[in-house]
Design a protein around this ligand. Structure first.
Ligand SMILES: *Cc1c(COP(=O)(O)O)cnc(C)c1O
Length: 221
């Protein structure tokens, strides 16, 4: 298995599409990330705060670090100095905290709002109603250190690609219904959906960011 070859193959298939590759490197050692980096990969996605902080400290500074896992408000401060995009914002409370910590670092942090599109209740994310309430709120307008640039979703863990495709369509439909809502700190252009097993379908359904881990780095333990 060659990490660089895997990245090259995926990137070749992204030519002519609207999608960017986020290499999901959670649980994988820095040596493997460095191999990906040397293969031209500059965007990495991580799920755990401490692991992300440790990797960021040792890897080259031109990497874009994406946080894609469940984020607790009390841990935002550790990633606020450098994180490039937080995909997994599932409440206004979290958005508020990201804004506060971004301000302390004199930064503006880009965020995606995570929607619950899967059948399992285990996958976090908000409903469309909650999303619309946040997007229309006065409270959102007051946040000066975040920018909401799109939506993220995770499909059901299943081999049934018809189910997965339907869930991606649902996310795209929601995106199309809310994208007219624009503010100084909110302009929805990104849809983060698709993982190793379903990224091709995700792109067909409008994904602009695919989050691919095992298809690049191999299965996780
Ligand atoms: C782990 C993870 C991925 C990547 O999963 P693979 O199936 O290994 O590609 C993508 N998105 C999120 C939110 C993840 O937690």
């Amino acid at each position: 298995m060659s990490i660089q070859k895997n990245i090259k193959e995926i990137n070749n298939q992204l030519i002519g599409t609207q999608a960017k590759l986020i290499a999901v490197s959670k649980t994988k050692p820095v040596e493997m990330l460095m191999e990906a980096y040397k293969g031209g990969c500059k965007r990495f996605g991580e799920n755990y705060v401490q692991e992300l902080v440790d990797k960021q400290a040792t890897m080259p500074s031109d990497i874009e670090w994406h946080f894609i896992g469940h984020l607790q408000t009390n841990k935002v401060r550790y990633i606020a100095p450098f994180v490039s995009l937080i995909h997994s914002v599932d409440s206004f409370k979290l958005l508020f905290e990201i804004d506060k910590q971004a301000g302390k670092n004199k930064r503006v942090i880009n965020c995606l709002l995570q929607l619950h599109i899967a059948q399992e209740d285990t996958k976090t994310g908000m409903t469309e109603t909650e999303l619309v309430a946040i997007l229309n709120s006065e409270a959102l307008s007051n946040l000066q250190n975040i920018k909401v640039i799109g939506l993220m979703g995770m499909s059901t863990f299943t081999d049934d690609m018809a189910v997965v495709r339907q869930e991606f369509k649902t996310l795209k439909d929601i995106f199309d219904r809310v994208k007219h809502i624009e503010k100084d700190n909110c302009k929805l252009t990104e849809i983060s959906m698709g993982m190793s097993g379903d990224w091709k379908i995700a792109i067909e359904e409008g994904s602009t960011m695919i989050r691919v881990g095992s298809a690049i780095f191999g299965e996780r333990a």
